[in-house]
Structures are given as C-alpha cells and as structure tokens.
Design a protein around this ligand. Structure first.
Ligand code: NOJ
Length: 562
C-alpha cells in the first residue's frame, strides 16, 4: 500500500539523517568514505535516535559531481564498496530499526553512462532519444540558458553537429523524459532498489525533468551573454503527469517515503507535489530560506538578510502546507554552508547555544526534520586559504567566472567561498581528536576542518551539555508530542528583529517556541497562559518563567501552556 495514501504515514513521525558517503567514514584507508564506514557508525546513529538514513548517491560514477553523475544505476561506486557491502549495510540498518533512503538522480545521467555513449556514438540508435539533442539555430546554440554550474546548457557534439542539453555540468547530460521508454527504464531501476528492501527515495532536482518543448530563449542575465531558462524547465508542463505515472507504476506498490528536491518551487507548487490525494510525492525540499542573501551573482552575492525575512519565509511554508501537503525541515545539506556558521554564530563563545537554538526552532515546526552529518554536534564552515584546496566543481567554476567575467577581487571571491561553498558541508566528519579526526587512516580526499580537536562527535557525546545531546533530546521530545506533528502554527511578532517566536496548538496542547537571534542578552514578553507553564526544552540551564522572559544570547526555549 502506498505511503501517500496511509491515514498516518510513518514519514510524518520520522527524523532523517543525511549521509554524504564520501565524507562520512573511511574504512579502508584510501581517504574516501565508504559503505563499511557507514556500517561501523550505525550504532552512533541509533543512539542519536534518528529513523531514516538518506545516503547521497552511492552508485557507479566518474565523480565529476561526486556521484550526482551516475554511469550505472545498478552498481555501487567502486570507491564505496560492493553490492555485498550494501546488502549488509541495509540489513544491519534494519536490524537497528533504521530505514535507508537512496538518492534517485534521474534528471540527468553521467556522459559515461552506456545510454549516453551509445546515443552519442550512434545517432541512429534508439538511445539517442534518451537525451535531448537539438540542431544549431542560425549557426548558434538553440537557447542561451545558463547552466547551474556556469556556462551554457548546450554542448556541441562535433561528430553529429547537434547540441545536447545539460542543465548541470557538461558531464551530466539531461535525460529526455518525453520518451516513454526512458521513463520505463527509470521505473525499472527504482524497482530494482525497492525490491532489495530500501525504504525511500530522495529525488534529485525532480522538478526539472519536464522541459518546455518550445525551448524559448529568455531575459539576459546581467553581465553575461547568457539567459535564465528557469521558467522553461522548473516545474515544467508535464512534471506532475510524470510523477503521477511514477507513483502509479512504482511508488504505490511499496511502503516507502519520498522527498523531491524542487528548487524554485512555490508553496502552491509544493502542494501540487505533496498533496496525498494527487499521488505524487510525500514532501519536497523548498529553497526559499536557504536562498536568503542571493543577489545578482546568485548565492555568491551573499547579501545581508534579516530575521523578519526568515520568519516570513518559514511561516508561509508552515501555514501554506498545513493540511494540504507536507514540509521537509532543514538548515543544512551537502549543497549548503554549515547552518551554525550561516544562521547562527560559530564563534567559540556562541557556537553551542546558537546551534542548539537553530535545532530547537526547526524541530518544533510541522514537517519531517533532516539533520545533515556533523550538524548534530555543531560542525562549522571551513576557511581554506587557497582555491586549490577546494574540490567542488560549482565552487571552482564560480571562482573562475567571478574573476574572469565579473572582475571580483581575490579577497571578495574568497570571502564569498568561505561563506557559501558547498565544500563547507563536505569536509570529512570530525569523529574524534585523533589524526584526521578519526575519518581515515590515509590522506582525506578533502582537507579536514582544523577545528576538529575541539569540535568532534566523541567529545560531544561525552558532554551532556553538547549540541549532540540537545539534538537527541529534541528528536525524542517531538515524537512524544502529537501537536508537533499535527498542530497549527502561528507566528508571533513578525517584525521583531531578534526574536523568532511561534505557537503550535492542537486543541489539547499549546506550545510556545522562542528563539533569540542575538549575541546580547534580551527580553521578551510572552503570552500570559505560558507563565507557570512547563519548560520542555531550554538550551541554557535556567529560566525564570515570568511574563517578561530574560533571554541569554541565542537562548531557545519551548514552553507548554499550563
Ligand atoms: C542537486 C544536488 O543536491 C547537487 O549536489 C547536485 O550537484 C545537483 N543536484 C545535480 O545533480
């Protein structure tokens, strides 16, 4: 029976933990995380109390984009291990009550996938139409859309004289979802993994699979010769039809959880994807809150943002999906800088309270929380001195463009990379204070954040006041309170510049959540019904529950009305 049709689907009570396998735990000394490394950390994850592990791609890949370019959807990446390792990992996870969700990357494949090799080398083969090929228009590219990793989305294939589409890197050609045979191939590979017993899919940029077949050009992007094709491939004309077909063909036959990554989706789009009556997905990842600070050069502009803006975005999603769809809740993932550095304060004084504050604020909202590896003990951004210490193709491409096309100074570029690079999330997990942070006995594929002697999982687990114990507490607490899953959400004091306060209530229980986004002490007047209430969560050791709350820097409290 499909989870989307269950009266009370388990995904609504679940907490998901995201693993970026390359950076999680190495078991064989090659400096690259692997499946046996994950296996060795399952007890740690079970102790934390999470329910579902989402593994970023583990499939065969030339690693142009660290596994988001797949060359064989049914094989394990050699550096990560074997299929036998995967089977063992799945069984061991299930034994501990942990579910496994895999990353489905089917907007594009690798250019080294046999489908693409055949399509390129044999234009007459039926595989040609698994991808999107266009002849030149007036001797030029079919459109001037900009690719997500910079440059144009079209790559000329000299041999046939046609262009192929790649919304991401040249080595990530887009699959042609208009072709029913291609869609059937995708459904087959999904069944392959589901029949092994996996518990869900996170679907990479799934709202980009349907392109406007007219391929119109668009408004130029300032300072470049390129245009934004977003309106023509985000939430495109047939995307809901395709997802409903996928649901009918595959998803509805298994008990699983699905989350679609949907950049550019509005609340109404998200309802269309996640309304259980429509039979598409269980929830989506929206990008509005992590898009704060974007400007002319996208996220690299890194502009200032305000707390009222953050409140307005998150609140619109909370109320907009209530009883209509379902939210996923996240600050961090493998594409985002570290939350404590971005939304909190990663100075030695405030790292711990502000990481706990962010967790409290998010975990009491309605939706399914996602914790990204290392977030549970407050890992921070890294500040490499040189560009060549970075690995991520997006970061390296942006560095080149900002320097060559837009004339940014090195200082400005490095400041932006320090704040926004995806490698902030990808430095290896800091397990302990031993050499290489216990991640590997070899040379790590990406340098480890030098703050690991102080910030690591072992130290955090040993300290009852740590970020880690706060997460563990929150995970358990939200499960004991139906109101967190089902209740309404009401924002208080929308314009307050440093307090984020909201109410959750379901007719039986009323909760007040207050988060203080400031490095200074402050005060906040709470509704009278909470004076004399019960403090369920507090990231400081004491609280005087009076109408005027005295708040410490980055204090966050949850109070149940009496
Ligand atoms: C979104 C993924 O999260 C990101 O890491 C990847 O680079 C792109 N999709 C392309 O697959």
């Amino acid at each position: 029976m499909t989870s989307t049709l269950n009266a009370r689907p388990w995904f609504k009570d679940a907490v998901v933990y995201q693993i970026y396998p390359r950076s999680f735990q190495d078991s064989n000394g090659d400096g690259i995380g692997d499946l046996r490394g994950i296996l060795s950390r399952l007890d740690y994850l079970a102790r934390l109390g999470v329910d579902v592990l989402w593994l970023s791609p583990i499939f065969a890949s030339p690693n142009d984009d660290n596994g988001y370019d797949i060359s064989d959807y049914r094989a394990i990446m050699a550096e990560f291990g074997t299929m036998a390792d995967f089977d063992e990992l799945l069984a061991a996870a299930h034994q501990r009550g942990l579910k496994i969700m895999l990353d489905l990357v089917v907007n594009h494949s690798s250019d080294e996938h046999p489908w693409f090799v055949e399509a390129r080398d044999h234009p007459d083969s039926e595989k040609r139409d698994y991808y999107i090929w266009k002849p030149p228009v007036n001797g030029d590219m079919p459109t001037h859309w900009q690719a997500f990793f910079g440059g144009p989305v079209w790559q000329l294939d000299e041999a046939s004289g046609e262009y192929y589409l790649h919304l991401f890197s040249v080595k990530q050609p887009d699959l042609n979802w208009e072709n029913p045979k291609l869609r059937a191939e995708v459904y087959d590979l999904m069944r392959f993994w589901l029949d092994k017993g996996i518990d869900g899919f996170r679907m990479d940029v799934i709202n980009l699979i349907s392109k406007d077949q007219a391929y119109p050009d668009a408004e130029p992007i300032t300072g470049t010769a390129l245009t934004s094709g977003y309106p023509y491939f985000m939430n495109g004309p047939r995307v809901h039809e395709f997802l409903q077909e996928m649901n009918r063909e595959v998803l509805s036959h298994y008990d699983l959880m699905t989350v679609g990554e949907t950049p550019g989706a509005s609340v109404d789009d998200a309802v269309r994807y996640s309304d259980p009556q429509r039979g598409e997905l269980d929830m989506v990842f929206q990008f509005e809150h992590v898009g704060l600070g974007s400007g002319e050069r996208g996220k690299w502009s890194n502009l200032p943002w305000t707390l009222p803006e953050l409140k307005s975005i998150l609140s619109r999603w909370q109320t907009g999906l209530h009883n209509r769809g379902w939210n996923s809740l996240y600050w961090d993932n493998h594409d985002q800088p570290r939350a404590v550095s971005r939304f909190g304060n990663d100075s030695p004084e405030f790292r711990v309270p502000s990481a706990k504050m962010l967790a409290t604020l998010l975990h009491f909202m309605q939706g399914t929380p996602y914790i990204y590896q290392g977030e549970e003990f407050g890992m921070t951004n890294v500040r490499f001195e040189r560009v060549d210490q970075y690995d991520d193709l997006e970061t390296l491409g942006a560095e080149r463009e900002l320097r060559e096309l837009h004339g940014w100074s090195e200082e400005r570029i490095m400041a932006s990379i320090h704040a926004m690079s995806r490698d902030n999330a990808r430095t290896p997990v800091q397990w302990d204070a031993s050499p290489n942070a216990g991640f590997t006995s070899g040379k790590p594929w990406l340098e480890i954040n030098p703050n690991y002697p102080n910030i690591n999982a072992e130290a955090a687990e040993a300290d009852l006041d740590s970020v880690w114990h706060h997460y563990k507490h929150l995970i358990a607490l939200r499960k004991s309170l139906d109101v967190v899953r089902d209740g309404t959400y009401e924002l208080l004091d929308a314009e307050h510049p440093s307090i984020y306060a909201y109410l959750r209530s379901d007719g039986h229980t009323k909760l007040l959540i207050v988060a203080h986004f400031s490095a200074k002490a402050g005060q906040y007047r709470i509704p009278a019904e909470f004076v004399g209430g019960e403090v369920l969560s507090n990231n400081y050791s004491s609280l005087q529950l009076t109408e005027k709350l005295n708040l410490e820097p980055y204090q966050a409290v949850v109070i149940r009305a009496k």
